[in-house]
Design a protein around this ligand. Sequence first.
Ligand code: NBP
Length: 491
Amino acid sequence: MSGATGDIGLIGLAVMGQNLILNMNDKGFTVVCYNRTTSKVDHFLENEAKGTKVQGAHSIQELCAKLKRPRKIILLVKAGPAVDDFIKQLEPYLEQGDIVIDGGNSHFPDSIRRTKELESKGLLFVGSGVSGGEEGARYGPSLMPGGSPAAWDSIKEIFQKTAAQVEGDPCCDWVGETGAGHYVKMVHNGIEYGDMQLISEAYDILKRGLGLSEDEIADIFFKWNKGVLDSFLIDITANILKFKDDDGEPVVSKILDQAGQKGTGKWTAINALDAGMPVTLIGEAVFSRCLSALKAERTRASKVIAGPQKETFRGDKQQFIDDLEQALYASKIISYTQGFMLMRETAKELNWNLNYAGIARMWRGGCIIKSVFLGDITSAYTKTPALESLLFDDFFNKAVHKAQPGWRRIIAQAVLWGIPTPAFSTALAFFDGYRSEIVPANLLQAQRDYFGAHTFRVLPGKENAKFKAGEDIHVNWTGRGGNVSASSYVA
Ligand code: NBP
């Protein structure tokens, strides 16, 4: 409508919404805001947004009337039914080509559904991952938009200017079709779970294994933050370890060891199981949080189940710390390898054209997993866009080979100490499995055929008159069963 001056509308004036509005305002865009509880609109305009170009609306109709066409409206509300409710409320006031953007933590199947529903009505939908929490929203988040491709041209300038910038590149690009934006954000969160778990295991080894203090461990993390592990999470970990309570004790040592979770790591692990992809590190990170939650049971167990006798470390401490840095680095390479394998498989299944170099670039800044390491992943996928696995890239191939001896020594020592390293260990188990031409699945197949007549295929080179290539073979292992193979029972 004529007279409309709003570049973009935003619904949801909680922490994310308010900060993103102020960020977009700083970048020169006129934002019109609305919230279910409309008193929050007035409060925001009179306080945080005072003196800015931000406009308020007290109804959905007023919001839509204040926006230039095509309208662009971001929802930053609680994921779930609230998103569908607002879409329903918006529809009567939208016109062909208008764009609804969901910036909340929605599950990607919902975004696939919403894209289809809105496109069938002539509207466009974007499901965008927004990462970086409050600080990111205010000063530059990592933005991962996907959905209706026709929407990208209209939102590109606002999104790329609002996003974090690393070496002149915005941490935002078009991710892909339908639910691809929220999907990539979900995998990002899963990887975040993995990174946090790996860092926690390194802390545990340094504390319970080497017996170092929080201050000493912080100094190690500060040093690591200048090398290959340079990242936001290593940096904040060092700061956390240095942080003292009034009595001089580190605050971290006063925190109950029971981890919470909001579910995006679990979604990633479930998606990996559904896709049949071995994303073991994120799985272990989720299960470790589950184990941590069993505090009462663990406390009881600690009294009645003894581990190995703790022996004082007699080796070279600095060598051990260097090994640990390499173990953390190698495990991180495996975690990202697995994450990108999962995205590749899902993209194949859902017909998405994911740009892997672009995804790594989007994660370089503005988000929780931001790191220098993501620059190396960007380079790997820029060089070879169809790269099957990061482990086939020269840089990462050399890096894991270099890290391997120390990585193995750390896990071996942790096992002897009885300190759990589920993420380090599963990374190494994946690495050893992935590089094995032969794995013991031949025996599994024999067992399945023995008890359930599930059949097997012959190993190339071992064909004979009974065992023919490409045939489903059943053997009468006991002489008692028949020669009929199973088609329905699955084990
Ligand atoms: P919240 O997730 O706490 O949501 C608060 C907003 O949702 C308010 O505007 C509230 O309106 C509205 N809302 C709720 Br709650 N239930 C509603 C309903 N049934 N119908 C309509 N509106 C409803 O806010 P947030 O922490 O700013 O997060 C916003 C989104 O961004 C979420 O999806 C979140 O998962 C995601 N996210 C958050 C972070 C973070 O660090 N916090 C990071 C990345 C993504 P009201 O004022 O009327 O109650």
